[in-house]
Design a protein around this ligand. Structure first.
Ligand SMILES: Nc1ncnc2c1ncn2[C@@H]1O[C@H](COP(=O)(O)OP(=O)(O)O)[C@@H](O)[C@H]1O
Ligand SMILES: [Mg+2]
Length: 289
């Protein structure tokens, strides 16, 4: 009977926001595994007692990136961790978009401004400033040219907190066509969804944002699948990720490009695609074996 940890966050007295977790725990148990949800920062967790630890919803990690990084390395030595530490490490810094671009994968054009570098904001009429480490659109905002001073203040605040900033053109197509999330599990496409734009004009960068507004199922196009697969082929390290979500937007040329490649703790949105549960279970059991 394989012992499997589904790694989550400690939601405290609040109910967990991970709707997939109870579904997965139940389905894995029905399939004969011993499955438990364990918060990544549980001091009593015996990681070495599991055959496999699958990172599922460690959704507080970007607030505690260093601590989480240390946990990943430690846990990866005690048990088989999915995704493996080298993939998590690479994916925790959005400068990976540069690696994807270097491998010929179309990505949202991105410039990076590290602390100490000049606040050289962009020539685009409308642009996004966000940190290279983050999730849930935390610290992300969009600006027009006449909001330059506010953008500089955000940049200075991010730099003061030690973040490197990334600057991108605002991808206008997201307002009409949304952002497509292609979910992979066990090496193949599981399902996809499309969500609306997160950054409404004028949203302050430190506002809480709705991470997946207006989410609904989506049938990916051949071009989207091709870009997503190219992005996955460019993941370094030679081990195939157990799970991946590729977020795509349509570029000005009408072609899909990568907004984000999520290899750490993607929401699987199984409630949107209940038929996917048995495939996830099979892939997790195979990874545990
Ligand atoms: N360049 C951009 N153009 C349009 N919208 C953007 C851009 N960058 C970010 N956003 C919006 O902000 C959200 C969060 O940004 P993202 O890069 O996916 O970071 P994360 O999801 O890790 O916080 C995106 O889903 C999208 O709605
Ligand atoms: Mg995102």
């Amino acid at each position: 009977m394989p012992r499997i940890a589904l790694v989550t966050y400690d939601s405290g007295p609040e109910p967990s926001k991970d709707r997939d977790l109870p579904v997965l725990v139940r389905a894995l148990r029905e399939a004969g595994a011993e499955a438990v949800a364990v918060p990544w920062d549980d001091p009593g967790a015996d990681w070495g007692g599991f055959d496999l630890a699958v990172i599922r919803s460690t959704w507080d990690y970007s607030w505690r990136a260093e601590e989480f990084g240390a946990w990943v390395e430690r846990c990866g030595k005690l048990t088989r961790l999915a995704n493996p530490p080298e993939i998590v490490r690479w994916n925790a810094d959005k400068r990976y978009l540069g690696d994807l671009a270097a491998a010929g994968v179309p990505v949202v054009p991105t410039r990076y401004i590290a602390p100490g570098e000049p606040a050289d904001l962009t020539d685009h009429p409308e642009y996004v400033v966000k940190p290279t480490s983050g999730a849930g659109a935390r610290f992300a905002a969009r600006y027009t040219r006449d909001e330059h001073d506010t953008a500089v203040r955000q940049l200075e605040r991010m730099h003061a907190e030690g973040f490197t900033a990334m600057v991108q053109p605002y991808m206008r197509s997201i307002d009409t066509a949304g952002e497509r999330a292609l979910q992979f599990f066990g090496g193949s496409l599981l399902h996809a969804g499309v969500k609306g734009a997160v950054l409404a004009p004028g949203t302050p960068y430190d506002a809480d944002k709705v991470a997946h507004p207006d989410l609904r199922p989506w049938e990916p196009t051949a071009a989207e699948l091709a870009v997503a697969e190219r992005a996955l082929d460019a993941v370094p390290g030679g081990t195939e990720p157990l799970y991946a979500r590729v977020d795509l937007v349509t570029g000005p040329d009408g072609e899909p490009c990568v907004m984000e490649l999520e290899l750490i703790e993607p929401n699987l949105f199984l409630w949107l695609h209940p038929d996917s549960v048995p495939r996830v279970v099979r892939a997790v059991l195979a990874a545990a074996g």
